[in-house]
Design a protein around this ligand. Structure first.
Ligand code: Q0N
Length: 287
């Protein structure tokens, strides 16, 4: 990294640095969270897997919408990106009923103002994917909002553009993933505006940290499917009887290795690219 880069933000998993007025570095660590707690043990190469996957999706969706990616650095975990004015909403698309979508449906029959058919089961595929925006919580959980509340935050015209674009991106990525045996149950996208006023896809895209990945061969409506990437971690944590508050437990070597293998398997399955080829030259995912 350039030693002039100034740290401008951090999440639980990733760090953001300013390179200059127009460019940022987004650096993905190997940290992992479960039940909303970052664990003390890292998963080697997890940040590279997520950075490579995002780069892959950015390259393959740029005809749908421009994105912030400028380059992937040699370390495989750093994305150089355009600095945008980020929209103040999380752009969630759901193809299946899970997480807060399932909770909202159970209590109200609707998700973010989308009235859904009666009698749907947990994890069931929706008649069609829905756009379910949320506010960006600085602490705690994002809050689901309806289209009127989202339009009030970004403007009606921009809302319509973001909804349409997010649905198109989800349709593209979920079809690609399903053809390779992975259900992309839902995803969270973040958009920004460039200096010309154009809508641009930012953040990470269609990674296991921003989306629910489920193995298609184990899918069954009516039960919470295993997580493609984090199931070993969750099962181990559940076996300890940990109360899911900070601090989380250290992970044993076999859980780390099994989880690392799942991330790399997701990368290879979705991209068709050998992970060692990515480590040699991260730009292979952009081809
Ligand atoms: C930005 N976030 C939320 C790091 C990522 N291209 C951009 N331009 C301006 N701002 C941002 C981006 C991007 N991407 C995005 N914050 C600022 C995602 N953060 C969460 C913390 O970790």
């Amino acid at each position: 990294m350039s030693d002039a880069a100034v740290h401008v933000g951090s999440g639980k998993i990733r760090e953001l640095y300013a390179l200059d007025d127009d460019r940022l570095l987004l650096v993905a660590s190997d940290r992992i969270s479960t039940f909303d707690v970052v664990l003390p043990t890292e998963i080697p190469d997890k940040g590279r897997v997520l950075t490579g996957l995002s780069g892959f999706w950015f390259a393959r969706t740029e005809k749908l919408v421009p994105n912030h990616l400028l380059a992937l650095r040699e370390d495989g975990r750093t994305t150089e990106c355009r600095r945008l004015e980020m929209l103040p909403i999380e752009c969630v698309v759901r193809g299946y009923l899970s997480g807060s979508g399932w909770k909202d449906y159970r209590s109200t029959g609707s998700v973010c103002g989308h009235r859904l058919p009666a009698g749907l089961l947990e994890s069931q595929r929706l008649p069609e994917p829905i756009f379910t925006p949320a506010t960006k919580a600085t602490t705690g959980h994002d809050e689901n909002i309806d289209r009127e509340a989202a339009a009030a935050l970004v403007g009606a015209e921009r809302f319509a553009e973001v909804e349409q674009t997010a649905l198109e991106l989800y349709a593209f990525a979920s079809e690609h993933a399903l053809e390779r045996g992975i259900i992309l149950a839902d995803t969270k996208l973040e958009f920004g505006i460039d200096p010309d006023g154009a809508l641009v896809l930012g953040d990470e895209a269609f990674t296991p940290d921003s989306s629910r990945f489920w193995p298609a061969d184990e899918y069954q409506a009516g039960q919470a499917p295993p997580s493609y990437d984090k199931q070993f971690v969750r099962d181990y944590c559940e076996s300890l009887g940990w109360d899911k508050t900070y601090p989380g437990p250290e992970l044993p070597a076999e859980v780390v290795e099994g989880t690392r293998a799942r991330y790399i398997e997701a990368f290879t399955t979705l991209t068709g690219i050998d992970f060692d080829a990515y480590l040699d030259d991260p730009a292979v995912v952009l081809g």
